[in-house]
Structure formats: structure tokens, C-alpha cells
Design a protein around this ligand. Structure first.
Ligand SMILES: CSCCC(=O)C(=O)COP(=O)(O)O
Ligand SMILES: [Zn+2]
Length: 204
């Protein structure tokens, strides 16, 4: 199997798992996976599709600028530039973006602070934070309708081979070395968001 086919199947598998979690409401969300480094090419979800459905047109190959490698009817995700930022700034192999109620509410509650932090929670180990007093900080950036502007702001937080950034009242983008790691970080983030929201309800 070619790298293209292997990566396609990996991304399709992640998409299926996230769909089972109901994380693609209203056609939201987009996913990407790197296929080659030289030249830089990655598969990204086609824009505006119902991501709960599985079709042969779910993904298309784009280049280092996020432009389709082959002319065709499919349009790359409107947010391809965020995935492009991940692959141009890091060695990550997969990046995932979803909108959930939990990540949107958290982004609004902590948006003025520009960050949400987690400490003393087992699941921060998913981010490689194993020390007793380790703290996970997830930046929160403003949402911009102008995608190049959003991608520029996002890019300034993309400085490691794995990570997560919340976009206020929009969603989360995570990235990791491969599909397995990116999905793990996404699930861990959503667990932590749901936990914080549940805890705040008891505290108020
Ligand atoms: C209807 S969701 C608005 C666009 C968005 O934020 C998103 O994640 C999906 O856009 P895409 O072009 O990737 O389908
Ligand atoms: Zn989005």
C-alpha cells in the first residue's frame, strides 16, 4: 500500500471514531494527516461535507501552501491554513479540529484569561506531563472570520510537535506525531473540559 493509501485509511479511521462521538455537528470539524515531507503534502477533509458520512471524496491532497495538488471539484477545508501551520512549523504528522459544546463553553469561560490550565489530573499525562506538579496550559485565541488572520494567530502557539489550541467559541485544534497521538490528545482535552465544567457546576 502507498503512503497515500495508508494515511487515507488512518485518517478515515479517526474520522469514524470522532463521528461515533458526535463531534462533527452541523458539518463542523476538519482533519488532516501528513503524507510526505518532501514535498510537503497532506490529506485534509473536503470543505462543507457531512463528516458523519464516509465517501471516496472525504479527503483531498494539498501542498505546502494548502492548495489542492490536483485540480478538481473538491475544495479543501476552509481551515486548511491552520493544519498547514502545524506541518510547516513542526514535525507533527496529524492534526484534528472539532467543535464540541464543552470546548466552546470552556473557551468562553476562560477566553479573557487566554488560557485554561489543568494540574493534578491524571489525564494530563496524555500530553507527556508525568511529573507530580506538572501543569497543562491550553492557549485560547480569539476567533477571526478572516482565516489567514486566524491561522497567523494560531501559528504563534504552534511551537512543539504536539499540542492543543482552543479558538474562542469555535473549537479546538490538536496535533501530534501521528493519528494515534493526535486522537489521544483530543480525547484527553475533551475529558478535561467536561470534568472542569462538571466540577464548576458542583462548586457554584
Ligand atoms: C459549519 S462549521 C463552520 C466552519 C468550521 O468552523 C469548520 O470547522 C468546518 O469547515 P470546513 O470547511 O472544514 O468544512
Ligand atoms: Zn472549525
Amino acid at each position: 500500500m502507498s503512503a497515500y493509501e495508508t494515511r487515507w485509511q488512518e485518517l478515515a479511521e479517526v474520522k469514524r471514531a470522532l463521528a461515533a462521538r458526535d463531534w462533527f455537528m452541523g458539518t463542523s470539524g476538519n482533519l488532516a494527516i501528513k503524507v510526505s515531507d518532501e514535498p510537503l503534502e497532506f490529506l485534509v477533509t473536503a470543505s462543507g461535507k457531512d463528516k458523519y458520512k464516509e465517501t471516496a471524496e472525504d479527503f483531498l491532497l494539498v501542498d505546502k501552501n494548502g492548495q489542492p495538488v490536483q485540480a478538481g471539484a473538491l475544495k479543501p477545508s476552509a481551515e486548511t491554513l491552520l493544519h498547514q501551520a502545524v506541518y510547516s512549523e513542526t514535525s507533527a504528522g496529524c492534526s484534528l479540529h472539532v467543535h464540541t459544546v464543552a470546548n466552546n463553553v470552556i473557551s468562553e469561560l476562560y477566553g479573557d484569561e487566554g488560557v485554561i490550565e489543568f494540574q493534578g489530573q491524571e489525564l494530563i499525562k496524555a500530553f507527556g506531563l508525568w511529573e507530580q506538579d506538572a501543569k497543562l496550559s491550553i492557549p485560547i485565541i480569539p476567533n477571526h472570520a478572516d482565516i489567514p488572520k486566524l491561522a497567523d494567530e494560531f501559528r504563534s502557539f504552534v511551537n512543539a510537535d504536539k499540542g492543543a489550541v482552543l479558538i474562542r467559541n469555535h473549537g479546538i485544534t490538536v496535533w501530534g506525531k501521528d493519528a494515534f497521538e493526535a486522537k489521544k490528545l483530543l480525547e484527553a482535552s475533551e475529558f478535561l473540559f467536561q470534568y472542569r465544567l462538571a466540577l464548576r457546576q458542583f462548586q457554584s
